[in-house]
Design a protein. Structure first.
Length: 349
């Protein structure tokens, strides 16, 4: 990684130019534009900083629970010097905006999907490569490896400090009319993707029409017929109510798009080494907590979805899907070579 190069300009034009502009930036944030967090006297002579953490999901969603665990531990390990206020439900903006705000320092932290991060830190595109990880254990072997840590470190070249990963589950297709049961079924369908070039290429490889769009716009676009389908993990599909308008769910588990806990790099660098270590420790300990919550929730969510009458299809053999989409790995593999090698080495560790 070339640390001497200037910060890459955020590659948002592809998506901003589309019909689906990102949500307006939440107001009232300009006051903390220095990126150092707000300073609040603690009354007793010391002072504490309060950092905002942007989260797209609702209060009780597993990543939000992970954020809150992280916040609780961070406050504890810094003896109250750092407080983290979690803002769920995309209150601080949709994800691409949240990333930009953390990059600028107007929000200090976010829990974010690595898919839109890939437009700021290209190596993060790894997690959007289709059918790459065999299962959650394989993903976690990679995330916890030296290679996974190095990848997280690449966020520094874009003005972030990656503190850790959370479990993303596996993304699968859902459609409004016909279920998608074979690769050929995606042909001609308008499928929402995250704001990620790799995911655009994925849908193109299946002959579909990829539509990058902010998460908050997906429900109404499925409802109005602007989209024929989208794709996500079970907790997102349920909590965002997408199942109501796209009740055919096909568990092909095409991607495990790691969730990332990020802080503005200047904010992090401005902390004492003691507080830096405390934040790192809090993030490391919040990860297994979040993973546990995740696994429990996927099970109960599938039951709830079945109870609502959602048609859930399992794909027994993903070999034809892998074959149909291999051009995506060929196209993006060159720049991700060392990470792809590590993923392969960890395949059946
Ligand atoms: C979810 C992820 C969110 C968001 C969303 C999306 O699985 O946790 O951060 O990226 O997908 O599809 O936009």
């Amino acid at each position: 990684m070339n640390t001497a190069s200037p910060k890459p300009v955020a590659r948002r034009s592809l998506f901003k130019a589309g019909a689906f502009g990102a949500a307006a930036v939440a107001g009232g944030l300009a006051l903390s534009a220095c990126g150092g967090g707000s300073l609040a006297g603690s009354g007793g002579g010391g002072s504490s900083k309060t950092f905002k953490l942007a989260e797209t999901h609702p209060e009780d969603y597993p990543t939000t629970l992970g954020d809150k665990k992280f916040a609780e531990l961070a406050e504890k390990y810094t003896d109250g010097r750092i407080k983290i206020q979690v803002y769920p439900n995309a209150q601080l903006g949709e994800e691409s905006d949240a990333i930009e705000q953390v990059q600028m320092g107007s929000i200090e932290m976010t829990r974010i999907s690595s898919a839109p991060m890939g437009e700021f830190v290209p190596a993060m595109g790894l997690f959007s490569l289709p059918y790459l990880f065999d299962d959650a254990d394989h993903l976690w072997r990679f995330l916890e490896s030296e290679s996974g840590k190095k990848l997280l470190g690449e966020t520094e070249s874009a003005g972030f400090k990656g503190l850790g990963y959370f479990d993303p589950g596996a993304r699968s297709f859902y459609t409004t009319k016909k279920p998608v049961l074979a690769p050929a079924d995606v042909k001609g369908l308008k499928i929402r993707v995250q704001e990620s070039q790799v995911q655009i290429d994925f849908i193109n490889s299946l002959g579909g029409s990829p539509t990058p769009m902010a998460y908050g716009e997906v429900y109404s676009s499925l409802q109005s017929g602007l989209l024929d389908g989208a794709e996500n993990n079970e907790p997102s599909y349920l909590s965002a109510s997408h199942w109501e308008v796209a009740p055919n769910y096909t568990l092909d588990r095409h991607m495990r798009v790691a969730e990332v806990l990020l802080i503005n790099k200047d904010t992090f660098d401005g902390l004492s080494s003691e507080d830096q270590e405390a934040l790192q420790k809090a993030a490391t300990e919040a990860a297994p907590f979040q993973r546990e919550k995740w696994e429990a929730q996927v099970e109960t969510d599938l039951e709830k979805l079945r109870g609502e009458g959602v048609k859930i299809n399992e794909i027994a053999d993903i070999a034809p899907w892998r074959e149909a989409t291999k051009s995506v790995i060929e196209k993006h593999g060159a720049k991700l070579g060392e990470y792809l090698d590590a993923v392969d080495e960890l395949r059946s560790a």
